[in-house]
Design a protein around this ligand. Structure first.
Ligand SMILES: Cc1cc2nc3c(=O)[nH]c(=O)nc-3n(C[C@H](O)[C@H](O)[C@H](O)COP(=O)(O)OP(=O)(O)OC[C@H]3O[C@@H](n4cnc5c(N)ncnc54)[C@H](O)[C@@H]3O)c2cc1C
Length: 530
């Protein structure tokens, strides 16, 4: 069974002076880097991706998880970005059902707030037209309150129904990486690029630190693609002193589904600043998000929600649903991510910054940053186009499917539960079948309100380059965020899996447990002092 690149084996080879030359080195293991790896490998390039932490550890595990065109961008007149996004959305829905799934959105109207019903109807007609679908309508107060019981009726003027899609962002990264690796690409987590190598003042490779052993290895490549998201200026500043990334933080709160169950997304304007915020279902929980503010903190420290953001989101929900009176004690967990926004002008309102990507070429270093999860395929193609002069020609046109289609259908995989089978096929592709075969049926049971199961944990520990317990609980699965107390009820079962599959002894388990608890407490729960 082919899993992820074997780190130890590849790093040992490199230390022995083998595998030091590549066509392309991609720096950054978020969705942008993963997309570049996939598109580069299918063009036949020898390509290696390097991620300083875990795959998707950066922004790509901390988005709002929507695959969307962004109505806001359309309302701001950005038709090109919206069209590209909705077309990519439709493509992902077709190619990866079970990973990217359509979901209903309800944009609520209140008297005196813009946009109202008329403007929204026009915007949605264009939105659907650009996507080639027709799936929007007006919904009156009764229909709306039926969907969202307890919604405050004051000045309520119904809502617009439309559709977009949801994804597990980390699993999207993993699926793209896995398909690339199956195709002959390589990806290493926990390997940090510490600097660029130059020949005749042109970038010709990178220095890499294996964070396990603190060994530094020099690797050469015809093209180096810097896909480090919010960190992009750092590497780029070795060849160009310009600072273009404006890190903007967005935070989310997770509450248990039992407090307010949702099956659709509700969008509304925050009572304080009239920004759009969402309440939505995710992995058996209800999520409130997001915020949008300058992130001045050190990017090497994980982003986390502030007290001010916590109040902003709780107040937003309580304003819409006054009887619920959510408090901090109701919060299951939180997450915060940093948007790698390409800055336009100083002092611009964060929410007014454009959200498209940029590609720069400086002395042989290609930097790609900004954009969205939704458009990762197009972003990857742009980055490769910028590197084309340094690479052998490719005959591919760039319209190939992103994912390898599994040759088994959901109802063949699990005739009694085709919906869950589809979810597994979307996330693991063809490997879903082996995942089920290599685990007992007692591991196929959903954990808590989520649809994750222990079979997925076993699979990740065996084949998905899990190095730490937090890789498993916060990214390969989201159990650490969606179960109470960081998923502590699972510790005995997980200890057993790590012991069987990875020979972790008691000491290693305890070390990992305290590392995980510290990360969870520091960055995935509420700030200590309200
Ligand atoms: C709050 C929030 C909500 C969002 N919601 C949505 C949404 O709903 N839909 C949508 O489409 N988009 C959304 N986005 C945008 C989307 O998440 C990002 O555009 C996308 O994840 C960026 O991916 P990336 O690969 O460029 O960056 P990242 O995912 O941050 O990846 C960059 C990686 O580079 C690594 N790295 C940095 N330096 C080095 C180095 N020296 N060596 C090796 N590795 C290095 C980092 O560790 C990091 O993992 C949202 C973003 C935020 C913050």
């Amino acid at each position: 069974m082919k899993g992820f690149t074997d780190r130890q084996q590849l790093l040992a080879k490199m230390r022995n002076g083998e595998s030091l030359d590549w066509d392309i080195i991609v720096v950054g293991g978020g969705i942008t880097g993963a997309g570049v790896l996939r598109e580069a490998r299918r063009r036949g390039y020898r390509v290696l991706l390097l991620e300083q932490q875990d795959f998707s550890w950066g922004t790509s595990s901390r988005s709002s998880k929507m695959v969307h065109g962004g109505l806001r961008y359309l309302a701001a007149g950005d038709v090109k970005l919206t069209k590209e996004s909705v077309v990519e959305r439709e493509r992902l829905l077709t190619e990866a059902p079970g990973l990217v799934d359509r979901i209903a959105f309800y944009f609520t109207f209140r008297k005196g707030l813009f946009p109202g019903r008329l403007a929204m109807t026009v915007i949605l007609a264009i939105y659907d037209f650009l996507a080639g679908i027709k799936d929007h309508r007006y919904c009156n107060n009764d229909q709306l309150i039926n969907r969202f019981p307890g919604l405050d009726k004051t000045n309520l003027k119904g809502a617009s129904y439309y559709t977009d899609a949801m994804v597990d962002d980390s699993r999207l990264v993993m699926r793209v990486l896995q398909d690339s690796i199956d195709d002959g690409g390589h990806a290493l987590n926990y390997t940090k690029v510490t600097g660029l190598l130059f020949e005749n003042e042109k970038v010709c490779g990178v220095s890499v630190e294996d964070t396990d052993t603190a060994t530094v290895i020099e690797l050469r490549a015809s093209a180096v693609i810097n896909a480090t998201g919010a960190w992009a200026d750092r590497l780029r500043n070795e060849v160009n002193s310009e600072k273009r990334i404006r890190p903007l933080r967005g935070s989310h709160i997770i509450i248990p589904k039992s407090l307010y169950p949702m099956s659709d997304v509700m969008t509304f304007l925050h009572q304080d600043d009239k920004r759009g915020v969402y309440a939505y279902p995710w992995e058996g929980t209800t999520v409130l998000g997001t915020t949008d503010l300058d992130h001045a903190e050190d990017l090497d420290i994980e982003a986390s929600i502030s007290n001010q953001e916590t109040d902003y989101l709780l107040n937003a929900f309580n304003h819409q649903f006054p009887h619920h009176k959510l408090t901090r004690a109701d919060v299951l967990s939180t997450w915060a991510g940093v948007r790698p926004v390409i800055a336009a002008e100083r002092g611009r309102n964060p929410s007014k910054e454009r959200r498209d990507h940029a590609v720069w070429s400086d002395n042989g270093l290609i930097t790609v940053s900004g954009g969205k999860l939704t458009t990762f395929r197009l972003i990857a193609l742009d980055a490769l186009a910028a590197a084309a002069d340094s690479l052998p020609k490719s005959s591919l046109v760039g319209d190939e499917p992103m994912f390898v289609k599994p040759d088994i259908r959901a109802n063949e995989l699990l005739p009694n539960n085709p919906q869950w089978a589809q979810r597994l096929l979307g996330r693991y592709g063809q490997k879903a079948q082996t995942l089920l075969e290599e685990s007992g049926t007692n591991e196929h049971i959903s954990l808590g309100e989520t649809e994750f199961c222990l079979a997925e944990c076993r699979w990740a520990v065996k084949y998905e380059a899990v190095k730490h317990l937090d890789d498993l609980l916060l990214r390969r699965t989201r159990l650490g965020m969606c179960l109470p107390n960081g998923g502590d009820a699972l510790y005995p079962a997980l200890k057993d899996i790590f012991s069987t599959e990875r020979n972790w002894d008691n000491v290693r388990w305890e070390e990992e447990l305290s590392r995980y608890k510290a990360i969870w407490q520091g960055y995935y729960s509420l700030p200590d002092n309200p």
